[in-house]
Design a protein around this ligand. Structure first.
Ligand SMILES: CCCCCCCCCCCCC/C=C/C(=O)SCCNC(=O)CCNC(=O)[C@H](O)C(C)(C)COP(=O)(O)OP(=O)(O)OC[C@H]1O[C@@H](n2cnc3c(N)ncnc32)[C@H](O)[C@@H]1OP(=O)(O)O
Length: 298
């Protein structure tokens, strides 16, 4: 698709990058086209201009895995919202039953060329840079399980509201797949739940039930499943009463050290990822994990 090619082209990526933390001041005009509701195959964005709040519904069956296409679409949607001065808040939720997001699409990392893996990782970085550095108030309405990259997506938001359903879990479980959460996943978690909780969680690849996640601060609030969205909306209203410039500067102050670390090391981080993920032993671990997923289903 033209937009996907555009996003990946060298000419557009720097323009997108330059807007991650101060999008309203330095926005590239590339994507200032759409201000009303938009639909797309993997993500549906409802934007209410009267409240200034957009809702991003992830709708990529079966489990909202974060594929290259999904992430590209997510980045473009974010870019559009970020550049719209009237859009001040974003709620991210899932339209798939029982799952918020299954994390990075394993098939993008298994049996793929180094070039493909590099391209994939670049858009994973891009998603994180855009969301973690967003000027908008961002709220994750977590209405299902949210492992690994799904947990990261939640952690990039300013506030997390999760369905109080013990069947769901959330956490950075990468080590269970035989892979390693990179430093910016780790730091996003440290910034949320502290060093010790992160150390234990990452080494063991822990997936937390909602009550445990609340206890360590991985999520901020548990609510009955049918209230996740309404509580997210109410919470958004409260956050939007805070003077915008003061809140945004405070957010940048808290997050920029981590953001800058990735921004200044992007290429090296891509090289690390590619050389790690294409190792034969890691590929074998991913294959075994996928087989385990299929067996669990059978
Ligand atoms: C010196 C230091 C070096 C360090 C260098 C570091 C470099 C970086 C290293 C690499 C870092 C990578 C970081 C990775 C992050 C990730 O996000 S990896 C993905 C992890 N995800 C998971 O573990 C979740 C797996 N899925 C599930 O647990 C369950 O699917 C679910 C989400 C709980 C939902 O369960 P259920 O509703 O029962 O659905 P299923 O039947 O299990 O699944 C339906 C189909 O979907 C497929 N699927 C599930 N998850 C994924 C996925 N993440 N990717 C691709 N496909 C997925 C599943 O196999 C089923 O498929 P079918 O059988 O074909 O229907």
């Amino acid at each position: 698709m033209a937009w996907r090619a555009a996003l990946r082209s060298k000419a557009v990526i720097p323009a997108l990058l330059s807007c991650s933390s101060h999008g309203r001041l330095c926005a590239s005009p590339t994507f200032i086209t759409q201000r009303n509701n938009s639909t797309s195959p993997k993500i549906k964005v409802d934007y209410d201009q009267t409240t200034g709040v957009a809702v991003m519904h992830m709708q990529s069956p079966p489990v909202n895995s974060l594929s290259l296409d999904f992430l590209t679409e997510l980045c473009i949607s974010l870019e559009k919202l970020e550049m719209d001065k009237g859009c001040r808040g974003l709620i991210i939720t899932s339209n798939q039953p029982k799952v918020f997001s299954a994390g990075l699409d394993i098939l993008e990392m298994y049996g793929k060329s180094p070039e493909h893996c590099g391209e994939f990782w670049k858009v994973v970085q891009e998603m994180w840079l855009k969301l973690y550095g967003s000027n908008m108030v961002t709220i994750a309405a977590i209405n299902g399980s949210s492992p690994a990259g799904g947990c990261l997506l939640s952690l990039t938001c300013d506030y997390r509201i999760m369905a109080d359903n013990p069947l769901y879990s959330i956490g950075l479980n990468e080590t269970q797949l035989g892979i390693v959460a990179p430093f910016w996943f780790k730091e996003t978690m440290v910034n949320t739940v502290g060093h010790r909780n992160t150390e234990v969680a990452l080494q063991l690849g822990l997936l937390y039930k909602p009550a445990e996640a609340l206890k360590i601060g991985l999520v901020d609030q548990l609510v009955p499943e049918d209230q996740v969205f309404s509580v997210a909306t109410q919470t958004m209203t409260k956050w939007l009463t805070i003077p915008e410039h003061a809140r945004q500067i405070t957010k940048s102050m808290m997050r920029n050290p981590t953001i800058d670390k990735l921004r200044t090391n992007r290429e090296a981080d891509i090289q690390n990822f590619v050389s790690f993920i294409t190792k034969e032993s890691i590929q074998k671990s991913l294959r075994m994990y996928m087989e385990m997923l299929k067996q669990r289903k059978a």
